[in-house]
Design a protein around this ligand. Structure first.
Ligand code: C5P
Length: 306
């Protein structure tokens, strides 16, 4: 019988702003983005077990080392010489892939859960280092709320919180590979020095309290709408159905629309959910205090002066 069993939420993110500033010397792209956690979430339940076992309530998700949860567990096991395993059950609600950071969020929460289950002593800087090894979006999930991401997307700076109660996320049934989307980007090559300059400009641009809806921008839209016109149709439908603004998240395929009030959102929800291959999720932003509250086991590890 397992003595230690607990469940943690794993929230999705949207990108309120995403500019691709150039190609770095390491082959990755220099980004300037604003991440925002939203209330759509998966759940991960951890329990003690001699082997490492991942199960999931849906069939489409790989359960072997293609899954970032298994990658996170193996990384931690290797670094901290953990001799035991764990049973992890994933309840999947976040479309995957979908530009909502579901896999990255799962990886971040898997690290946290296993640190607790295996009694690992780690500080915040080393936790973020492990996150970076797993993927560019992972470190953000140790902050939550509204935050600026620069560099590969892994350098996180908190900024004034943005709060929106009436958001619809629509995920059409098409897949966009992030690597393929980056492969179509045509931007200048950067030197290490120009990367540093961009970082300063980005913090100013994305940190401005003037990040109003009219400024919401995602450089992937032009590229990805050409690859998958269905995604542009989603954006147009959100706007036609009353969204005051709509934007693709990450490299797609999800698009979010922000509505003036609950009534407008409800009308759009009723219209859009009848589309055969679209999944539609009413969500709201999750602020950093609420995000930390949901992960309160980890208060002393996550609360840094960021
Ligand atoms: O880090 P992550 O696994 O999310 O990246 C997936 C792929 O996206 C990378 O292999 C790379 O091709 C591309 N990428 C990039 N620049 C970034 C982030 C990702 O070119 N800042």
């Amino acid at each position: 019988m397992s003595t230690n069993r607990f469940t943690l939420p794993s929230f999705a993110k949207i990108n309120l702003f995403l500019r691709i500033k150039g190609k770095r010397t390491d082959g990755f792209h220099e980004l300037c983005t604003v991440f925002q956690t939203v209330s759509l979430k998966d759940n991960l339940t951890f329990s003690e077990h001699s082997e490492l076992i991942l199960t999931c309530d849906t069939e489409r998700i790989p359960l072997d080392d293609r899954n970032l949860i298994i990658k996170a567990a193996n990384l931690l096991k290797g670094k901290y010489e953990v001799k035991t395993g764990a049973k992890i059950h994933l309840v999947k609600n976040i479309p995957s892939p979908g530009g909502l950071g579901g896999g990255s969020s799962n990886a971040a929460v898997a690290l946290l859960g296993l640190i607790k289950l295996w009694n690992i002593e780690i500080d915040f800087a080393n936790l973020v280092k492990l996150g970076k090894l797993l993927g560019s979006d992972v470190p953000f999930f140790f902050y939550g709320g509204t935050a600026i991401g620069t560099g590969r997307g892994t350098e996180i700076f908190t900024r004034e919180e943005i709060s929106e109660k009436n958001i619809l996320i629509v995920t059409p049934g098409v897949n966009v590979s992030t690597a393929a989307a980056f492969g179509c980007v045509n931007v200048r090559h950067l030197t290490n020095n120009s990367s540093k300059r961009i970082l300063q400009i980005c913090r100013h641009e994305a940190g401005s309290t003037l990040l109003q809806q009219s400024l919401l921008k995602n450089d992937f839209e032009e590229i990805v709408f050409k690859l998958e016109p269905e995604i542009e149709r989603v954006k147009k439908s959100l706007l036609l159905n009353g969204a005051k603004t709509a934007l693709m998240s990450g490299s797609g395929a999800s698009v979010f629309g922000i509505f003036e009030n609950e009534k407008h959102l409800q009308t759009a929800f009723n219209n859009l959910k009848s589309e055969r291959d679209w999944r539609v999720f009413p969500v709201q932003t999750v602020s950093r205090p609420n995000y930390f509250e949901s992960l309160k086991h980890f208060d002393s590890l996550l609360r840094t002066d960021c």
